[in-house]
Ligand binder design. Structure first.
Ligand code: SF4
Ligand code: SF4
Length: 136
């Protein structure tokens, strides 16, 4: 039986340009859909993937990623916005891969659409006032 998981992969700058992920399909018989790829100014890479395959193949594929130096995090926690802290500066809008943070054209404030959020965590690192928080 095939199962599907949403994961965030983090690549250090030393391995960010290596073709690690394509081996998931070729060697481990996994199919994947890249939801978002992002490289930070410090050259660290983030990939949000939806991966499908047999459970045993997923396990082997994830072991291979870890051995290759990739950090794997499940997309499982909730991300919330602390409304008291948010200054609506807009820094987070461009980094959100799924459009969960967007400018309201009427008010010019930043709306947070939590139902779209995949909890990838990218906005947490860029928010200057730490208004985006992980809730486990
Ligand atoms: S970066 Fe932080 S303060 Fe600025 S709009 Fe986003 S959540 Fe609000
Ligand atoms: S954690 Fe932040 S950047 Fe990631 S999807 Fe949710 S709102 Fe967007």
């Amino acid at each position: 039986m095939k199962i599907t998981k949403n994961i965030v992969l983090k690549f250090s700058r030393e391995i960010v340009d290596q073709p690690i992920v394509c081996k998931l399909a070729k060697v481990y018989d996994l199919s994947f859909n890249i939801i978002k790829a992002y490289v930070t100014p410090r050259q660290e890479g983030y990939l949000i993937l939806q991966v499908s395959g047999r459970e045993s193949d997923l396990k082997k594929g994830f072991e291979y990623l870890t051995e290759s130096g990739v950090k794997i995090e499940p997309v499982s926690q909730d991300v919330v916005r602390n409304e008291e802290k948010c200054t609506h500066c807009g820094v987070c809008v461009g980094i959100c891969p799924v459009g969960a943070l967007a400018v309201d054209e009427d008010t010019r404030k930043i709306n947070f659409y939590s139902e779209k959020c995949t909890a990838c965590g990218l906005c947490i690192n860029v928010c200057p006032v730490r208004a985006m928080e992980v809730r486990f």
